[in-house]
Design a protein around this ligand. Structure first.
Ligand SMILES: Cc1ncc(COP(=O)(O)O)c(C=O)c1O
Length: 371
């Protein structure tokens, strides 16, 4: 995918650069206000990355050493690192492979007396099963922190993700559905106290410029990036609509292929935003190399789930086999090209190549032309 940086974004960046404070300038607060309005929460606190948003969110909820946070190993490593960064323990629970997201029944099995929070990930822009997860959290007195880093604008039962749990966290890394033209993140919440603590923690722990109330971080979003984010946010719905149209075309063109499992479509109440369009197939590696030989870029998110990353194997002794559905996803997932500027002809080209692969059984090595 390519991030879009248009004239209005460049103008906004120059305007902020020439006229505002470079750190915590006016655009930062405007971006926070607009983002809160967009997600449908009272407060939004910007940070310098999605990773910091997650870590600061957990701290602002009062979590720390000895606490456990239940999350899914089918994610980017930050979804678990955030717990380790604050001295807590990430406890993994398997996914529902149909939705790629945390299975509430598995989350329940992972509960202990140390569990303080559940951290579902809206992976690939697919909303997690928030109804069941919120019910579980309420019953057990737990916080829910939504990792919405891949799901800006996704809707679950009429509400935007990031407004359903106690806190939502977003990333603006350049490949996301919207960016700030660099690293950036956002914390969303309706809780005034959490918002105040998060704002202090990302600003060195300040309560006033020379008064430090907490052990905080230098984790602010820069003003110029916020100015670009404000313009990107205005485009987000249009871009998400384009992603949905592209997903529909993929779906229509690939639905006849028995060997391909398509991502969930959502319905009137649940609307994914297709940060990625991820299919599953037993012939994943052969299909990926065939597509590359045809000039189609595709990717694997993620070849290694978090628990099988070297650092997690070392820290927790995982060996494989612990989370079979997540491991199956890692073995079979393939991200097809997806960004709002993709044309219908390009999607058709990709789908024809996929069809040819299955029609001619090109997974058989001897039949596949070398790239
Ligand atoms: C699901 C998920 N969580 C967390 C992050 C961390 O965000 P960042 O890269 O902005 O630190 C990312 C993105 O990279 C992500 O995809």
């Amino acid at each position: 995918m390519k991030p879009v940086i248009d004239e209005e974004m460049v103008e906004a960046a120059i305007q902020a650069l020439q006229n505002e404070r470079l750190v915590l300038g006016e655009s930062v607060f405007k971006f926070e206000e607009e983002f809160a309005r967009y997600v449908g929460v009272k407060y939004a606190i910007s940070t310098n990355s999605g990773t910091d948003a997650l870590q600061i969110a957990l701290l602002a909820l009062g979590l720390g050493r000895g606490d456990e946070v239940i999350t899914t190993p089918a994610s980017f490593v930050a979804s678990a690192n955030c717990a380790l960064h604050i001295g807590a323990r990430p406890v993994f629970a398997d996914i529902d492979i149909r939705t790629y997201t945390l299975d509430p029944a598995e989350a329940e099995k992972a509960l202990t007396e140390r569990t303080r929070a559940i951290l579902p990930v809206h992976l690939y822009g697919q909303p997690a099963d928030m109804g069941a997860l919120m019910d579980l959290a309420e019953e057990k007195g737990l916080f829910v922190v939504e990792d919405a880093c891949q799901a800006h604008g996704a809707i679950y039962k009429g509400r935007k993700v990031g407004s359903i749990g106690h806190v939502g966290c977003f990333s603006f890394y350049p490949s996301k559905n919207m960016t700030v033209a660099g690293d950036g993140g956002m914390i969303t919440t309706d809780d005034e106290e959490v918002a105040e603590i998060a704002a202090s923690l990302r600003n060195c722990g300040r309560s006033d410029w020379y008064i430090f109330e907490r052990v905080g971080f230098t984790a602010r979003l820069n003003t110029v990036n916020a100015a670009i984010g404000l313009v990107q946010l205005k485009r987000l719905d249009k871009w998400n609509d384009a992603r949905r149209r592209i997903a529909e075309l993929y779906r229509r063109l690939l639905s006849g292929l028995e060997s391909v499992v398509l991502p969930p479509r959502g319905d009137g109440a649940v609307k994914p935003v297709y940060h990625l369009f991820v299919i599953r197939t037993e012939h994943r590696d052969a299909l990926a190399s065939w597509l590359r030989s045809q000039g189609v870029e595709c990717a694997i998110h993620y070849r290694l789930p978090i628990h099988l990353q070297p650092v997690y194997r070392r820290l927790f002794g995982f060996r494989g086999g612990e989370f079979p559905r997540t491991e199956e996803l890692s073995r079979t997932c393939l991200s097809l090209p997806m960004w709002p500027g993709l044309t219908g002809d390009q999607v058709r080209y990709v789908c024809e190549a996929i069809e040819e692969f299955f029609d001619k059984e090109l997974w058989r090595e001897e039949l596949r032309p070398s790239p």
